[in-house]
Write a protein that binds this ligand. Sequence first.
Ligand SMILES: [Zn+2]
Length: 274
Amino acid sequence: MINYTERLTLLMEDIVRRVPTLSFLDMADVLVFARAGRSNAEGAFATCHCLTLPASEPGYYFWRDRATNRITRRSEWFVTKSPTVTLGTRQIKYMLSFTLPRFCDQSLDRSRKEKFYSGADAWIAKLDTVVHELYHIDPELAGIRRIEREDGTYSANCHGHRFFEQVAGMVHTYLNSQPSPALYDFLREDFASLDANFGGVVGTSFRTFPSFPQRYIERLPEQLPCEADSEGVTVEPLRAVQQPTRYTDEHVHVRQFMRETSRRLIRKGEFRAA
Ligand SMILES: [Zn+2]
């Protein structure tokens, strides 16, 4: 079987070695994992998830009465936090997720990036996505990279034309550096061909599948005073968080992805918790 997320990680290690703009990256800070996504359905091919953002300012949810516009109910105060993901002794700073099988079936035709790659093979769209996600990682490792405009100000849109152009530039830099085709050849094949040639496509995933580490809500242990309360507002308790907030190697597993579904792979001799 081909471990797709492992292949992507090896490819990214090579990319950050060869593309100066991405050389600040240490792939040991980055976890690549697989999510499910059908090829014939709309949706992202890949996503960059930042785990280094600090806790938010305290806030609460509230509901207004439509007629009077007054706040009638609010939740308790909370902050949102990033979960921690620690593999071995290393705390992961970013995660890049790829949707399988959808990503494997991505092609350049009629895509927004086609104009940057005239005459190129269709699989280049996948290499473009790989570089695209790496480029989202902020050089300060503190969030999603902000894109500087020509006039030196920052754009709130992290997906402007300039972003796509810069990504295409890095894809060309990489290919021109004559990397070993063994590192990127797997991108040439679509899902059906990989599945047939390797006897299956697997990838790193989380035991909580389809859920994965995401920002979560934490109730403020000391509730703050609230202006709205003078109007006789009902305060509703927050529900306890269902998903883990600290992930370790124990939460990671290998999953096989198929056209319509996926399943956890159990290694021979592996202890299986009830
Ligand atoms: Zn993006």
